[in-house]
Design a protein around this ligand. Structure first.
Ligand code: PGA
Length: 249
């Protein structure tokens, strides 16, 4: 069965709640496309106003992070139940910016993965190499490690429903998209890794996105690759261009 593409915006630390509502109102008609899943991953404080603004549209709302404990003395964190209580379905986990600036490791990402599944949230687990790792030829070793640790203890059924975003760090926010060949090669490698960890059926079901400077002119070619099931889009998700990305065909 063909995998449904999933095209997600990662707003990062942008948009106040009032700006967010304005942006959703602008994008709503532009991102109408029932053939793909459209997800807006937004700052925690924007989740509720974005949901309200997106009502009746095909936009699904996701979070950019969450903590792996149920509740308690974790000042500043958001729990999985807080997300599901308001109807959030997706959560980005282990984005490279969180790994770099907020000390996330594959081990903490794994704890978050398990907690997300426990609460019925679909994780969008990010992985990706630095430029140095690419130049040293260890890209796939590094990513396999991130995937293997991230999926420790995840059942085949859960894995089949997950989303992995391959985001080469050197391509994020730099305007330097990976070539279609580079992106396809790594996404195929990730799928092979899932087949080794689980089985062919799980590998066929899991959705793997490419992320890193995706824009309206690169989306079509990237998303046409056999192992690229959509994109995780940063900068271009805040512009009307996101509509062109969602309607890439
Ligand atoms: P970018 O960000 O599209 O601005 O490169 C992608 C991401 O970090 O998810």
């Amino acid at each position: 069965m063909a995998r449904k593409k999933i095209i997600a915006g990662n707003w990062k630390m942008n948009m106040t709640p009032s700006e967010a509502v304005e942006l959703v109102n602008t994008l709503k008609p532009l991102v109408a496309n029932d053939e793909v899943d459209v997800v807006f991953c937004v700052p925690a404080i924007d989740i509720i106003p974005v949901m309200e603004a997106a009502k009746g549209s095909n936009i699904q709302v996701g979070a950019e992070n969450m903590y792996f404990e149920e509740k308690g003395a974790y000042t500043g964190e958001i729990s999985p139940a807080m997300l599901t209580d308001v109807g959030v379905k997706y959560v980005i986990l282990g984005h490279s910016e969180r790994r770099e600036y907020f000390a996330e490791t594959s081990e903490t990402v794994n704890k978050k993965m398990l907690k997300a599944f426990e609460h019925g949230l679909t994780p969008i687990m990010c992985c990706g190499e630095t430029l140095t790792q690419r130049e040293q030829g260890v890209t796939m070793d590094f990513i396999r490690q991130q995937v293997k640790v991230g999926f420790l203890g995840v059942t085949p059924e859960q894995a089949a429903s997950a989303v992995i975003a391959y985001e080469p760090i050197w391509a994020i926010g730099t305007g330097k998209t990976a070539t279609t060949e580079q992106a396809q090669e790594v996404c195929a490698g990730i799928r092979a890794c899932i087949a080794e960890l689980y089985d062919e059926a799980t590998a066929e079901a899991i959705r793997i996105q490419y992320g890193g400077s995706v824009n309206a002119s690169t989306a079509a070619e990237l998303f046409a690759q056999p192992d690229i099931d959509g994109g995780l889009v940063g900068g271009a998700a805040l512009k009307p261009d996101f509509g062109k990305i969602v309607n890439y065909k």
